[in-house]
Write a new protein. Structure first.
Length: 566
């Protein structure tokens, strides 16, 4: 690369890539990049995790390195095998394969031995303060902490007590092992942080082998070091933990990975913390972790999101050093863009209004050729049956239509997609309710699409033949919360107060015949309506149940612009 090209190249790298490139020439010269994705198996992965996955696996791919999947399973009371399995499945679904699969619990013995090394160096001690006392002694951001009265125990006493902690001689919370750093440090994380706590709980992998469990800060960096991770990429909350991360590696004189922090993903109209997602599930506000309204990868998958669209989203938002909230519309655009390229089109009427073509022979049936995907010339066409009686979308007719309404109105003309121009001659109403129940129209036999002579009409609407229409249940999902930041609640309020009461409507739509035969998981564009997926779980052979993935355009933004929602 010539020096003239360099600044340009530099500009395209994000700040993490820039640091990595420096390090691969500097402190990690001769090594290959090694990253890891370290979930705690205490819940299902969500779109925020996807960002971390795409980043860690993506960097490994880009630099010819490798990425491990490591379960950060140091909290036995909250973790379960169910989550371990689901996380692996979700990472694979996103399209990534880890080099090595590890569990922090594999390192419990090594961590214990390293704790003894620190005790012997006079850098760790057993403390008998209660958790409340520890907090009190720690001080605040403006006041220094005070030394624990147990800080100056002898190495021998510490070794003895620590060994007895492990042996199970003391009850939960009775003692801790703490690093001996600096109770006056301006960084609270360095005020003798706890390394081990006593928890008599069964662990999903190590069973009853241990009753002392390492704290995050003690386990994480050392696990990175054991696996020779070069770059330990984490979210910004851990920036203040970095000095501790470094202190442990230096004090132990072990391989020292580099921690780099980036801003976590926040998405509008949803919550992301596993605790809150768990609450939504436990209290029945959603049907489960895979409810199509959930921001979990399972939920997004069930909703119909493709792995490609989620990866494209993570790529598009990039990595930042400052926290911000991304509009969920960005995610919705990513799935629209992907499905616009790949999804087969179909004609489906969501809210049917009957149309009778008065001059169409009663026993006639013809097949019109419908384009499967105008964005993909290899997708071909399919035949759609046309008969005398049809259904159109109720919203495509207006009795007192404004001048600019180019769909059907009394005396007006519109083209049936792929077929004829029709004119509305008569409007039939229910004598009691006055509701429009049928339109009597005449069709122009010369106007069939592709027949050469193209009559100009402004509107084109979709339709289905009444005789051939298949009923399909369609679940119209909307945002789970009706405000941008559900967590922004007044005193005494709760994020649940912001749940959108209208986040799910179910309708029975009328579809062209092909739609009834699609396999579960198939994604279609219902022309002029949106993108839909045949639900993978609730669909039966020849009886798909559809989930709306997303409307064709951002109907929410449009409503907002019109001031119809606040
Ligand atoms: P939560 O607060 O939702 O429970 P967490 O950070 O506790 O999330 P972990 O299982 O510990 O969840 O996270 C695994 C990895 O995913 C970590 O490296 C974490 O930084 C990253 N991660 C979690 N949430 C986000 C997010 N919203 N944006 C980016 N990365 C995230
Ligand atoms: Mg966590």
């Amino acid at each position: 690369m010539s020096t003239a090209e360099q600044p340009q190249e530099e500009k395209r790298l994000n700040f993490i890539e820039q640091e990595i490139e420096k390090d691969l020439q500097g402190r990690f010269k001769g090594r290959r990049l090694k990253t890891r994705f370290p979930p705690e198996p205490n819940g299902y992965l969500h779109i925020g995790h996807a960002k971390s996955i795409c980043l860690n696996f993506g960097l490994a791919e880009k630099y010819g390195g490798s990425c491990n999947l490591r379960f950060d399973d140091t909290n036995p009371t909250k973790e379960e095998q169910e989550y371990v399995d689901a996380i692996q499945e979700d990472v694979r679904w996103l399209g990534y394969q880890w080099s090595e699969l590890h569990y922090a619990s594999e390192y419990f013995e090594q961590l214990y031995q390293w704790a003894i090394v620190l005790i012997k160096k006079g850098l760790a001690y057993v403390c008998d303060l209660t958790p409340d006392q520890i907090r009190e002694y720690r001080g605040t951001l403006t006041t220094p902490g005070r030394n624990s009265p147990f800080r100056d125990r002898s190495v021998e006493e510490n070794l003895d007590l620590f060994q007895r902690m492990r042996a199970g001689e003391f009850p939960d919370g009775a003692r801790t092992l703490r690093a001996k750093i600096d109770m006056a440090s301006p960084n609270l994380n360095l005020r003798d942080p706890v390394m081990y706590r006593i928890v008599h709980a069964r662990h999903h992998r190590t069973g009853d082998d241990w009753c002392i469990y390492p704290m995050y800060d003690w386990a994480h960096g050392q696990s990175d070091s054991i696996e020779e991770i070069t770059h330990s990429i984490c979210t910004l909350e851990f920036e203040d933990h970095r000095p501790l991360y470094d202190w442990f590696c230096e004090s132990l004189e072990i391989f020292h990975p580099r921690q780099i922090e980036f801003a976590r993903l926040n998405l509008s109209y949803t919550v992301m913390s596993k605790r809150k997602l768990l609450q939504l599930v436990r209290e029945g506000h959603v049907a489960g972790w895979d409810d199509p309204r959930m921001p979990t990868l399972r939920g997004l998958r069930r909703r119909g999101y493709t792995p490609e669209s989620i990866r494209a989203f993570c790529e598009r938002i990039g990595v930042a050093k400052f926290n911000s909230t991304i509009d969920v519309g960005v995610l919705e655009n990513c799935i629209r863009e992907h499905l616009n390229r790949v999804a087969q089109r179909a004609m489906v009427v969501m809210d049917p209004l009957k149309v009778v073509l008065t001059n169409y022979p009663a026993d006639q049936e013809e097949q019109v050729a419908a384009v499967n995907n105008p964005e993909d010339s290899t997708a071909g066409t399919r035949e759609v049956p046309l008969t005398k009686e049809l259904y159109i979308e109720r919203s495509d007719f207006m009795e007192d239509a404004p001048r600019k309404f180019f769909r059907l109105k009394p005396g007006g003309e519109v083209r049936l997609r792929y077929a004829y121009v029709i004119r509305c001659d008569e409007v039939i109403k229910d004598p009691h309710t006055g509701e429009v129940i049928e339109l009597r129209c005449s069709y122009d036999p010369q106007s069939r699409s592709g027949s050469g002579e193209q009559r100009k009409v402004k509107g084109i609407i979709h339709w289905v033949s009444a005789k051939h229409a298949v009923e399909v249940p369609v679940r119209l999902y909307d945002r789970l919360f009706h405000v941008e930041d559900p967590e922004d609640v007044p005193e005494g309020g709760n994020f649940l107060d912001n749940l959108n009461p209208d986040s799910l409507h179910t309708v029975t739509a009328l579809a062209e015949p092909m739609v009834a035969a699609v396999q579960p998981g198939t994604r279609l564009q219902f022309e002029r309506t949106g993108y839909f997926v045949a639900d993978e779980i609730d669909s039966r052979p020849t009886m798909p149940v559809f989930n709306r993935i997303v409307g064709l355009r951002d109907s929410w933004a449009k409503l907002q612009a019109k001031g119809k929602v606040d």
